[in-house]
Design a protein around this ligand. Structure first.
Ligand code: ADP
Length: 400
């Protein structure tokens, strides 16, 4: 084939890619400086959680040397069909379509030994020749580092934004700084950073142990003027879920909530970017004696704190209606609250908040609303779960 016809082919493919991308609302590439930090786990679970929330999501694994998405979703051995010259993505659920290079290998364990141009070609093909259909989110899992694959994504996927995953260790953070520089060089906006394997919540005592000194990811994000999307703890359940081909949504408790918090923060970030202003937050805190009251359903008052541009701009104290199932969560949501900080809360109340789009942070200590909001805004209030502790006086956290 002559150069001209090759150019024409390339242009035709670029046109197909652009036609597809015009039907994708948000494009996100998940990157990491290092391998093994949980990048594929995060990419997979971003896709799973977003699709669970009703968004149409495509998950594309371009980690051609170590494709792990198929395994993480229990699709090992999956073959992708081609109908009418179009690759058919695997329909994981109604809302989630998955394409991985693994689906095109004869032997899933075969190593892929491909040079740059071949890798670039296959990534472009996954964007041009897949029957994705319209999507709200395209999540792309790219190999670690700053090689051909993230470069191809940055150059080909117009409007793509990066989510960077790191672990707390300095050695991982050093590589993250390279990823940040890479994004700046190729003009790809960074949507935010996630610190994975950040502390360990003991399943026996429920306490959080800082195995590595956590918080480095957030500090690196702040230093680079990047939004910190949140942290995921080390949790043997994450490995078990991944090995069994299930998402973190199948777990119970803290890690699932931490993942939900990351997704909520990311969604807020989109709102913020689209509006060009910081999202206004209204944070509810149940009070007794001026401090957070552990019994959410039986508190005296609620502090409703309005935050704009990261600053507290208003605070009011409101008396809730009498306790009855479902009443208080709906009342809090009716006040326009975006977030609620609590000690504990029952499942039913959590469900209502989720349905009403209010973020719940559990396990908050007894402190004043000002102090709690300041900690929350700095990302220093770790969601320790919303387990409801019934006390010996028969009180509960209410709203079951
Ligand atoms: P990467 O894509 O960065 O190479 P993976 O997502 O494949 O990393 O994860 C590597 C291993 O670490 C997997 O076995 C995965 O289950 C495990 N893992 C990822 N995140 C966590 C976590 N928060 N807690 C425990 N194990 C994790």
């Amino acid at each position: 084939m002559g150069c001209n016809s090759q150019d024409q082919e390339f242009d035709k493919q670029s046109q197909k890619i652009n036609e597809f991308l015009q039907n994708v609302e948000h494009k996100i590439v998940v990157m990491s400086g290092k391998g093994g930090v949980g990048k594929s786990t995060v990419a997979t679970n971003l896709a799973v959680f977003l699709s669970n929330q009703g968004y149409k999501v495509g998950l594309l694994d371009v980690d051609v040397h170590g494709p792990s998405i198929a395994g993480l979703l229990g699709l090992t051995g999956l073959r992708l069909n081609i109908i009418d010259d179009l690759i058919q993505p695997y329909q994981y659920t109604d809302n989630l379509k998955v394409v991985s290079i693994q689906g095109m290998l004869d032997q899933p364990d075969d190593p892929l030994i491909w040079r740059g141009p071949v890798k670039i070609g296959i990534i472009r093909q996954f964007l041009a020749d897949v029957a994705w259909g319209p999507l709200d989110y395209l999540i792309i899992d790219s190999p670690p580092g700053t090689g051909d694959e993230p470069l191809t994504v940055a150059q080909t996927v117009t409007g793509c934004q990066a989510v960077i995953v790191t672990t707390p260790q300095e050695i991982a953070l050093a590589d993250v700084r390279k990823s940040i520089k890479f994004c700046q060089k190729v003009n790809m906006p960074i949507l935010g950073m996630i610190e994975n394997m950040s502390g360990f919540v003991c399943p026996d005592c429920g306490n959080r142990h800082e195995i590595f000194k956590s918080g480095g990811g957030e500090k690196t994000a702040v230093a680079g003027n990047i939004t910190f999307l949140g942290r995921l703890p080390i949790d043997p359940g994450v490995v078990a879920a991944g090995d069994a081909g299930r998402g973190i949504d199948s777990l119970i408790g803290h890690t699932k909530e931490a993942m939900q918090h990351i997704v909520d923060t990311m969604l807020n970030q989109f709102n913020k970017n689209q509006k060009g202003v910081d999202l206004k937050m209204k944070i509810a805190i149940p009070l007794a004696g001026g401090k957070l009251c552990a019994h959410f359903g039986h508190c005296e008052q609620f502090a409703i704190v309005t935050v704009n541009d990261g600053n507290i701009v208003a605070q009011e104290k409101l008396t809730p209606p009498p306790h009855a199932p479902g009443v208080i969560p709906n009342w809090v949501a009716d006040q326009g609250c975006t977030d609620i900080l609590v000690g504990g809360m029952g499942e039913a109340a959590q469900d209502i908040f989720r349905q009403r789009g209010v973020n719940v942070l559990g396990g908050a200590p007894s402190d004043t609303p000002e102090n709690l909001v300041a900690l929350y805004l700095r990302g220093e209030l770790t969601d320790a779960g919303t387990t409801c502790n019934h006390d010996h006086e028969g009180h509960d956290c209410g709203n079951h």
